[in-house]
Design a binder for this molecule. Structure first.
Ligand code: FES
Ligand code: FES
Length: 158
């Protein structure tokens, strides 16, 4: 039995230690906001926070998660950070098919928490692990610039 904190609540699973965190989230715990793209750590669609660090859940064996604090996109929906990002992605037209967006939002929040006033280069670097097939990235970069400006003061992690 593996126990960990997920979006603020303790959960447990009987899955084998080698099962991927991504699969446990989606198939066992019904948290389908976290997406599978490449399954190889290249696209960022499966991004989650583990102990406040951005990680690709497709690369994490559940056995390594015992006692950890995991947050998915569902766990940040009520935060001011999510609300600002949601609004700014919408204003900037940063969402097309939407598949990459949960991972992009997680990467954006991780970036702005670490660096509330990023340059364009910082932003491109911060989302470099997240692929988007639709937008060409410029609208996503604009969304993060806007979120930095509109959300000034809210990016310190509580
Ligand atoms: Fe995990 Fe692509 S599905 S990085
Ligand atoms: Fe379609 Fe990014 S909006 S992959």
């Amino acid at each position: 039995m593996i126990k960990f904190k997920l979006n603020g609540k303790i959960v447990e699973t009987d899955a084998p230690a080698t099962a991927r965190l991504l699969d446990i989230l989606r198939d066992e715990l019904d948290l389908i906001g976290t997406k599978e793209g490449c399954g190889e750590g290249e696209c960022g669609a499966c991004s989650v926070f583990v102990n406040n660090l951005l990680q690709n859940s497709c690369l994490i064996p559940i056995g390594s998660i015992a006692g950890a604090d995991v947050q998915t996109i569902e766990g940040i929906l009520e935060t001011d950070q999510f609300k600002i990002l949601d609004e700014c992605y919408s204003i900037a037209g940063g969402v097309q098919c939407g598949y990459c967006i949960p991972g992009m939002i997680m990467a954006s929040a991780a970036l702005l928490t670490k660096n509330p006033h990023p340059s364009e280069e910082d932003i491109r670097d911060g989302i470099s692990g997240n692929l988007c097939r639709c937008t060409g990235y410029n609208m996503i970069v604009e969304a993060i610039h806007l979120a930095a400006r509109k959300g000034d003061g809210i990016w310190q992690r509580k």
